[in-house]
Design a protein. Structure first.
Length: 177
């Protein structure tokens, strides 16, 4: 690869690394070309950029962005998945692909902002519920104290209504006898 082309690739990778919310590195050894095309298509449909990269070029791009510690994931053949909006979506897409296809793809690690993620961290990230589920849980948690307060405050009124209904039935039975 010519020096100008390498510089162009480094600039593009640096730009993508600076803009991405999460970058996850994978070892793709043992994956068939058909599976790689299927994986790229699946990730592309979710707005995730997946690319096979040269380790030294990624190293230079990471240094240019001020990302430290990414060197430990840049050994052997490496492909990198870049997500720009939801970090959980990228981790979940990769782990789901590995599970559903019994793939030999291995997650090496990644970065979340400026934080280094191990392979275990990426798997844990994939297990986080979706944003919608978390918002639903938050709203339920906010609603619960109000519902409990309503139940407690309305209990005396329910008791009074129950007592009045019982007395009314008692009077009706006495007048019929």
């Amino acid at each position: 690869m010519k020096k100008e082309k390498k510089e162009e690739v480094i600039s593009e990778l640096a730009d993508r690394l600076a803009r991405c919310a999460v970058a996850i590195t994978t070892d793709y050894r043992g994956i068939t070309a058909k599976e790689m095309v299927q994986l790229r298509r699946h990730l592309h449909n979710q707005g995730i950029h997946y690319r096979v990269v040269k380790n030294t070029l990624v190293r230079f791009a990471a240094e240019r962005c001020g990302i430290k510690g990414m060197d430990r994931f840049l050994t052997g053949p490496v492909a990198i998945a870049l997500g720009y909006d939801d970090p959980v979506k990228v981790a979940r897409a990769l782990t789901d692909h590995i599970k559903t296809n019994s793939s030999v793809l291995k997650i090496k690690g990644g970065i979340l902002g400026k934080r280094i993620l191990t392979a275990g961290d990426v798997v844990n990230l994939a297990e986080i519920p979706s944003r919608e589920v978390l918002l639903g849980r938050l709203l339920a948690g906010m609603k619960m104290p109000i519902a409990s307060l309503h139940f407690v405050l309305s209990a005396p009124l329910r008791s009074l209504a129950g007592a009045l209904n019982a007395r009314m039935r008692q009077l009706e039975n006495a007048s019929q006898s």
